[in-house]
Design a protein around this ligand. Structure first.
Ligand code: 5GP
Length: 227
């Protein structure tokens, strides 16, 4: 009865440092088989524990700039320490055309570029419950210098100012609840009238006739009401 658009939806998930967006996305992908995550390219150095082709496609600065020239990116930005991050155009187009909903885990600059290109994109911002909680999470991770931590907080405060450009904000105080909130957003977005290609119901005349002829309805009241 309801024909949905064949193409999948484009979903952007951004968030402040240590908001746990990676964990939210991981759970979403586990539980929703129609969702897929676009793998970004980056020029930043690979970190211990990261895998090329899993966390990012790691390429050099020069290779990244070559790809920019060729128009290979849907969006790209210099995110931190002058390093490039970008979303591959062809791969996202391919995934959307198979009907998959595609998540882009990108920063606020990239989100803005995509929103301008595709205004129907769903933009979700994930936040930790407080900056003190972020400080706690960074301390537990304990991998960074004070300068790096300060830089993370400067970026976080800047990103928070950009929240009005998003459609939804989700506070990640408890992972399970945050995932449920994102699932609820995606579910309701699917039901939006402007995301439905066609609504068709049975032909009225034929259906009414069938109803009148239906011997399961024997009392007079139904035919009286119709005629
Ligand atoms: P990192 O992986 O270095 O911890 O953080 C990378 C930052 O860059 C995150 O804020 C992430 O959302 C963002 N990012 C990752 N991939 C892309 C991308 O393809 N485009 C843009 N604009 N940002 C990205």
């Amino acid at each position: 009865m309801i024909k949905q658009k064949k193409n999948g939806e484009l979903i952007i998930i951004s968030g402040t440092t240590c908001a746990g967006k990676g964990s939210v996305i991981e759970k979403l992908l586990e539980r929703n088989k129609n969702l897929s995550l676009s793998l970004s390219y980056t020029s930043r150095p690979i970190r211990a524990g990261e895998v090329d082709g899993v966390d990012y496609k790691f390429i050099s600065h020069e290779e990244f700039e070559e790809k920019i020239k060729k128009g290979d990116f849907l969006e790209y930005a210099k995110v931190r320490y002058g390093e490039y991050f970008g979303t591959p155009k062809e791969e996202v187009k391919r995934l959307l055309s198979t009907g998959k909903d595609v998540i882009l885990e990108i920063d606020v600059q990239g989100a803005q570029q995509i929103k301008e290109l595709f205004p129907e994109t769903i933009l979700i911002f994930i936040m930790a419950p407080s900056m003190s909680e972020v400080k706690k999470r960074i301390k537990i991770r304990g991998k960074e210098t004070k300068d790096q931590v300060l830089d993370r907080f400067i970026t976080a405060y800047k990103e928070i100012n950009e929240i009005p450009k998003y459609n939804y904000v989700v506070i990640n105080d408890e992972l399970e609840k945050a995932v449920e909130k994102v699932e609820a957003i995606l579910l309701s977005e699917k039901c939006r009238v402007d995301r439905i290609e066609e609504i068709s119901v049975e032909n009225q005349e034929e259906f009414m006739h069938e109803l009148l002829m239906d011997s399961d309805f024997t009392n007079e009241s139904i035919s009286n009401k119709i005629s």
